[in-house]
Design a protein around this ligand. Structure first.
Ligand code: HEC
Length: 497
């Protein structure tokens, strides 16, 4: 018991320090923070490693005030520059296609710069440059994404307030080395923080609530999700392989020291989307992710299940991908505090419980094959489907401070001819997969419809009309330049898988 209490108070201290400390990391094995508002470097204890993300802030400062356009400032900014956005209302989509830019809100006496999409605009901030910082912005009422990254490395997204911005909140895609920290997100229809096809990611000290999915690590490697507060979502923290995407693996994810509480919000996901299949009341969900370690979390009040581990075959709304391993392998469940989960579960779980002759509310469920998985203390929780889980040979991941890189990852440079590929995988593939129905119809079907007609695609995506009853409306892509829209259309017509 002493051990448990110790864990609770340590975790509470961590969270409180994280919230009150503002920009600081807390916790003794998390190292010290050095740097100023523009460059954020995390140095591990002992100073042996220095890791960096975000813009350098070494260049000029551009000030944007109420009534000005943020995009106009981005247009004249050069690498190294800082764009300071003063309190006011900004109705626009900002597209950053340069490297090393800091987009930094200035908060004065609790007056924030607010990006307001008025439920008309699709995206607030889209970046494709490397070494980008986006911080201190309140972003609300967009239809697509609040902050979406397309292929930028070394990103830093922190201290943003994101409210009801449509499908995703913070959505870095195809980035290496990125930190998402101290953001607060609510009202998102899919994942509030959605790390897609990335490597070396750190997601910490965020609060996510009233979303369908709180935090999702998808088709990504070497990620740490720690000290976040995920409450009142449909599902709290997800580690997924989503089939049909060009990158096929998720492995080496540490989910630790999070509060995962009361995630019972009815599912308001877009019908047919993967997250629309999450039962309302799920704490942690691992679907096909490998080498996921779950440690030191406080998981309580999730009515269906505390931790759910599943393969693709048993998950709803999922079509198998022949190139992706459908099983959740090498899962390690270390010491977590779990109580009062599974008290109002779904019939499928009740049936499995009855089969195994288990009494009580199920805290942890595994369904499907899972090789080389383990649990530290089998008897501590009511579990189903964990018969093949051995006892873990390690007790903590504390030695791993972060997977952020010591030095910034090399900038990803994109040749002009790769523009279409980048736009397709960075934007379109978020909703269109080659042969599988995702948010939008499969690319194969679009290829048949538009065979030699890329201009037809450009026209459609510039101002889409509703065509199919069983799909939502496609958001307009007119924030992409005409050239990029054409390149994406051409690539879409020739892509082969
Ligand atoms: C946020 C999700 C989303 C994104 C991003 C997206 N689409 Fe779509 N797309 C849809 C949906 C949903 C439909 C189906 C709309 C309907 O049938 O009413 C669709 C339909 C289409 C169609 C079929 C039009 C027709 O005549 O039937 C084309 C072509 C298309 N998208 C191209 C693209 C391209 C190119 C991109 C990238 C630049 C893209 N889409 C990005 C969701 C998306």
């Amino acid at each position: 018991m002493g051990k448990k209490l110790g864990l609770v108070s340590a975790a509470i201290a961590l969270l409180v320090a994280g919230v009150i400390g503002g920009m600081k990391f807390a916790g003794d094995n998390r190292g010290t923070v050095i740097g100023d508002s523009s460059r954020y470097r995390v140095e591990t204890t002992g100073g042996a490693l220095t890791r960096s993300v975000g813009g350098s802030g070494a260049g000029a400062v551009h000030e944007v005030r109420n009534g000005d356009s943020i995009q106009a400032a981005v247009a004249v900014a050069q690498s190294g520059d800082v764009i300071k956005i003063f309190p006011g209302m900004y109705h626009e989509t900002v597209y950053i296609d340069k490297d090393d830019i800091v987009l930094s809100g200035v908060v004065i006496d609790d007056a924030w710069p607010v990006m307001e999409g008025a439920s008309k605009l699709n995206d607030a901030v889209l970046y494709s440059g490397n070494d980008i910082t986006v911080e201190n912005l309140q972003i609300q009422h967009y239809k697509g994404n609040a902050i979406m990254g397309q292929a930028g490395n070394n990103f830093l997204i922190r201290n943003n307030r994101i409210i009801d911005t449509g499908v995703y909140g913070i959505f870095p895609e195809f980035g290496t080395n990125g930190l998402v920290t101290h953001n607060v997100l609510s009202g998102i229809e899919d994942a509030a923080i959605y790390v897609g096809m990335c490597d070396n990611i750190h997601v910490s000290h965020n609060e996510v609530f009233n979303n369908v999915a709180g935090i999702e690590i998808e088709n990504s490697r070497h990620s740490i999700v720690e000290s976040n507060y995920a409450h009142d979502n449909t599902g709290g923290i997800l580690v997924f392989i989503t089939p049909g995407l060009p990158i096929k693996t998720t492995f080496d994810t540490i989910v630790r020291n999070n509060f995962i509480v009361n995630n019972n919000t009815p599912n308001f996901g877009i019908p047919g989307s993967t997250v629309a299949g999450i039962p309302a009341g799920t704490g942690i969900l691992n679907m096909a992710g490998d080498q996921t370690t779950i440690e030191g979390n406080i998981i309580t009040g999730n009515q269906v299940i505390g931790i759910l581990i599943t393969d693709h075959m048993n998950a709803p709304n999922v079509t198998l991908d022949p190139d992706a391993d459908p099983n959740s392998d090498e899962i390690s469940i270390l010491d977590n505090m779990m109580w009062n989960n599974g008290y109002n579960t779904i019939p499928e779980i009740t049936a499995l419980k009855t089969l195994e002759l288990v009494d009580g509310d199920v805290q942890i469920l595994n369904i499907g094959n899972s090789s080389n998985s383990c649990i530290l203390d089998h008897d501590k929780y009511v579990t189903v489907g964990l018969k093949d889980f051995g006892t873990c040979g390690f007790t903590t991941t504390a030695a791993v401070t972060t997977y952020l890189l010591e030095e910034p990852a090399e900038r990803r440079e994109i040749a002009a001819e790769d523009m279409g590929k980048r736009a397709y995988y960075g934007v379109c593939a978020g909703c269109h997969s080659y042969s599988i129905k995702m948010v939008g119809p499969p690319t194969q079907i679009i290829q048949a419809l538009y065979a030699d007609n890329p201009q037809g695609i450009v026209d459609y995506i510039t101002s889409p009309t509703k065509k199919r009853d069983d799909y939502p409306e496609m958001p307009p892509q007119n924030y992409l330049s005409e050239e990029v829209r054409m390149a994406a259309a051409q690539f879409m017509l020739q892509v082969k898988k």
